[in-house]
Write a protein that binds this ligand. Structure first.
Ligand code: NAP
Length: 431
């Protein structure tokens, strides 16, 4: 008898879990439930549009969906709206939650809700054409922008804002964002981190890329950098020495391009200032021994790139302190598991999710006894339920039509022009 598993969330973690399930258990059948009509999660809507090499992982995921005998894609089906967790647990032998961490963490400082302040989840979603955020229309009308956080997302945001249309041409930046970014009068991006250069979270390749841009140069004050011989602070990432070398190179390079990306270290945002909208950001020095003063930088846009939280869902225990689904090594309850950012929070690159999902699936399969005898009704029963509720389920074949339409309407040189509204994706299917 086959074992039925519902995986909820078609991002990298969900796909790696399916891959592990298919390899680990010949009799398993998986239904992949996704609230958008499009699969691939952050690989489609989070990875920067100019990083097509990273997005190529979607081809691997596509091959998993081609295994139609064992895996079905049920797009445009939302947990909590179209089907409850309780129902899924009744229908499937096991349920794996892979819904990511889509909510922007908040700074918790005055002025955070002023127009012109955006979380990176919303901002990256906007420039990636995610239906939740494609209508954001961020204010990008001033020359100075602050990006808060020293992680890879902050680097992505700064780079996408600073690149020229020609540099973005081979990517899948949607038209609405391409036009807005090209029209922005950008001159200076402040990249603001509360800790020092050795503690920054960005990885070396991503950092180095900022030194290769056509119209923008990184700006680093050499006085902010430790001497080569200095010991690294506790908690410095393993790539810190390489990052410091790259930052030293930036500090020594000429500042000869029209746009600056200026690194600010040991600077903690304490207020965002403005009446009708953002006008400035106030930073407090965050250094032992002090020596610096509170500064106010005039900026007309602030983008926070300080991490994410999971969205609490009925029936799923939630850890408010960490912002993830409460779980023990991926186990939430009997027959109920979590993988990816929903399980461990927003850390790691896409491949990190492979080992993580494999470990959880190993556990799921080992606990088959706890799941109970296989043989719950599985997909056929879900199909009936969704049909009763008149849910327009988007199948893999449907997605392939949407995908083909996106590719077909792309401007020359671009891989695709995304549909950025759910209705527009569904309209492809009724044409
Ligand atoms: P991240 O790497 O955890 O960086 C978050 C940054 O926000 C850190 O500098 C952190 O500072 C700062 N921060 C957090 N709370 C703050 C606060 N209240 N005030 C000021 N600063 C605050 O997270 P991320 O950039 O969102 O990336 C998430 C994950 O995706 C990471 O693992 C990242 O490597 C990965 N990613 C990878 C790529 C790529 O490979 N190209 C691209 C994008 C994302 P502290 O260190 O002081 O906490």
């Amino acid at each position: 008898m086959s074992v039925s598993v519902a995986v909820v969330g078609a991002g990298p973690a969900g796909f790696f879990a399916i891959d592990a399930l298919l390899r680990g258990q010949p009799a398993v059948r998986v239904d992949l439930i996704e609230r958008l009509p499009s699969p691939y999660g952050l690989a489609r809507d989070g990875v920067a549009p100019d990083h097509q090499g990273t997005k190529a992982i979607t081809r691997q995921f596509e091959r998993i969906l081609m295994n139609g005998a064992r895996v079905r894609f049920l797009g445009h089906v939302e947990l909590g709206r179209d089907v409850t967790l309780e129902e899924l647990r009744e229908l499937y032998d096991a349920v794996v939650i892979a819904i990511g961490a889509p909510i922007d963490r908040r700074l918790g400082i005055p002025g955070e809700d002023l127009p012109g302040v955006y979380g990176s989840g919303a901002f990256v979603g906007w420039y990636n054409g995610h239906p939740d955020h494609s209508a954001l229309a961020p204010l990008l009308d001033g020359p100075h922008v602050a990006v808060i956080g020293h992680g890879n997302v902050a680097i992505d945001v700064a780079r996408v804002l600073a690149k020229t249309p020609a540099e973005m041409a081979a990517g899948d930046l949607p038209c609405h964002a391409a036009q807005a970014i090209a029209a922005a009068p950008l001159r200076l991006v402040h990249l603001i981190g509360r800790r020092g250069p050795a503690e920054a979270r960005f990885t070396s390749a991503e950092l180095a890329e900022l030194g290769t841009l056509a119209r923008a140069h990184p700006r680093v004050d050499a006085a902010d950098l430790p001497a080569k011989s200095d010991a690294l602070p506790a908690g410095a990432p393993k790539f810190a020495r390489k990052n410091l070398d790259i930052l030293r190179g930036f500090a020594a390079a000429p500042a000869d391009k029209p746009v600056s990306i200026a690194f600010r270290f040991h600077a903690r945002p304490i207020a965002i200032l403005g009446t009708e909208r953002v006008e400035a950001i106030r930073l407090e020095p965050e250094m032992a021994g002090g020596g610096r003063e509170v500064v106010e930088l005039p900026v007309s846009t602030v983008i926070t790139a300080i991490g994410y939280r999971c969205r609490p869902l009925t029936g799923l225990p939630f850890s408010d302190a960490t912002g993830v689904i409460a779980n023990t090594d991926g186990r939430i309850d009997a027959g109920l598991y979590a993988v990816g950012w929903a399980k461990r929070g927003p850390s790691g690159t896409i491949p990190t999710n492979r080992a993580d999902a494999m470990a959880v699936v190993d556990r799921l399969l080992a606990e088959r006894g706890a799941i109970g005898p296989a043989g719950k009704p599985g997909g056929a029963a879900l199909d009936r339920l969704l049909a009763e509720r008149r849910v327009r389920v988007v199948s893999f074949a449907d997605w392939q039509r949407i995908n083909a339409a996106e590719v077909a309407r792309a401007a020359p040189g671009h891989p695709r022009e995304k549909f950025v509204r759910v209705d527009d994706m569904l309209a492809v299917l009724s044409s």
